[in-house]
Design a protein around this ligand. Structure first.
Ligand code: NAP
Length: 291
C-alpha cells in the first residue's frame, strides 16, 4: 500500500503557485486576492476559513476576511458579495458553507460573479465543467484529480464508485472521472443513501471515492484487493487519546482497509490539504484572467 500523501503533494503544488505569484508581482501586476466570508461561529467553518487565509499569506496572495454574526440578514450578505463583485482588486470570493437556515445558499452562490467563483459552485461554472470547458472546478474534486496526477495514476478504463452525490463533492467528482480525459475515462457508479447492494458494487471498484460523512463507513469487506481509496470524509469522533477529547476520522476504516488497497488517502493529511491547494490554484487562475 502506498499513501496518497496530501502534505507532500500540496507542499509541491504550493511551491509552484508561490513561484507564479512571484513572477506576477515581479512583472508589476497585482498578487491574487481572495475574499473569504464567514457567517456564524461554527468551529469547523472557522477552522477551514482560518486555514484558507493562512494559506493565502504563505503563497503571497492578498486576503480579506469578512465575518458576520449568525443572525445577519440575507440581504446584507448579498449586498456585500455584490460590492466585491464590482471591486477590480478582488479576484476570488468564497462564502464558507453551510450557512444559517434563514439564508439561501443557492441565492448566495448565484450572487457571486462566475468570474470570481473560485469554489466553482455557481451554476454557470458547474455547467461549463459538465461541458469540459475551461472553468473553476470545485476544489475538493479538483484536489483529488491533482493528487491522482501527482502519483501518475492512470484512471482510463477503471471502474470507479463514488459514494455520495452532493453538489460540492460527489456529483462533480463522478462527472470529472467519467469525462474523456486523464484522470478520467472511468466507468462511474454513484452511490447514495438509497443504493442497494453497496457492498457488491464497491467490491467491483478499481477506485472508491468516499464522500458520505459517516465515520469508517467503507470497511475492508467492501474493498477489492489492490483498489485505490480516496477518503473525503472528515468526521469528529470522541477519543480518549487526545487533549480535546475528539479526533478526526474519514469515511473509510483506514486501519483495516490499508493493507488491502494499492493507494489510500489518510485523514487528516489527505484530501483536505488538496482541497485548499485547489482553491488556491483557482484563485491564481482568477487573478490571471482578471489582470
Ligand atoms: P453531504 O452533502 O452531507 O452528502 C452526503 C452524501 O452521502 C449524500 O449524497 C448522501 O446520500 C450520502 N449518504 C449518506 N449516508 C449514506 C449511506 N448510509 N449510504 C450511502 N450514501 C450515503 O456531504 P458532503 O458535503 O459531500 O461531504 C461528505 C463528507 O466529506 C463529510 O464528512 C464532509 O465533512 C467531508 N468533506 C471533506 C472535504 C475535504 O476537503 N476533505 C470537503 C468537503 C466535504 P443522499 O443524497 O441520498 O442523502
Amino acid at each position: 500500500m502506498e499513501l496518497l500523501d496530501g502534505k507532500l503533494v500540496s507542499a509541491h503544488i504550493k511551491e509552484e503557485i508561490k513561484k507564479q505569484v512571484q513572477e506576477i508581482t515581479s512583472a508589476g501586476k497585482r498578487a491574487p486576492h481572495l475574499v473569504a466570508i464567514l457567517v456564524g461561529e461554527n468551529p469547523a467553518s472557522q477552522a477551514y476559513v482560518a486555514s484558507k487565509v493562512k494559506n493565502c499569506g504563505e503563497l503571497g496572495f492578498e486576503s480579506t476576511l469578512v465575518t458576520y454574526d449568525a443572525d445577519v440578514a440575507e440581504e446584507v450578505l448579498l449586498n456585500k458579495i455584490k460590492e466585491f463583485n464590482e471591486n477590480k482588486l478582488v479576484d476570488g470570493i468564497l462564502v464558507q458553507l453551510p450557512l444559517p437556515k434563514h439564508i439561501s445558499e443557492d441565492k448566495v452562490i448565484e450572487t457571486i460573479h462566475p468570474s470570481k467563483d473560485v469554489d466553482g459552485f455557481h451554476p454557470v461554472n458547474l455547467g461549463k465543467m459538465m461541458l469540459s470547458l475551461p472553468t473553476f472546478i470545485p476544489a475538493t474534486p479538483y484536489g483529488i484529480l491533482l493528487m491522482l496526477q501527482h502519483y501518475g495514476i492512470k484512471t482510463t478504463g477503471m471502474n470507479c464508485v463514488v459514494i455520495g452525490r452532493s453538489n460540492i463533492v460527489g456529483t462533480p467528482m463522478s462527472l470529472l472521472l467519467s469525462r474523456n480525459a486523464e484522470p478520467g475515462n472511468c466507468t462511474v457508479t454513484i452511490c447514495h443513501s438509497k443504493t442497494k447492494n453497496m457492498k457488491e458494487i464497491c467490491s467491483a471498484a478499481d477506485i472508491i471515492v468516499a464522500a458520505i460523512g459517516k465515520p469508517k463507513f467503507v470497511t475492508a469487506d467492501m474493498v477489492k484487493q489492490g483498489a485505490i481509496i480516496v477518503d473525503v470524509g472528515i468526521n469528529r469522533v470522541e477519543s480518549t487519546e487526545t487533549k480535546s477529547g475528539f479526533r478526526l476520522v474519514g469515511d473509510v476504516d483506514f486501519e483495516n482497509v490499508k493493507d488491502k488497497c494499492s493507494f489510500i488517502t489518510p485523514v487528516p493529511g489527505g484530501v483536505g490539504l488538496m482541497t485548499i491547494c485547489a482553491l488556491m490554484k483557482n484563485t491564481l487562475l482568477a487573478n490571471l484572467n482578471n489582470q
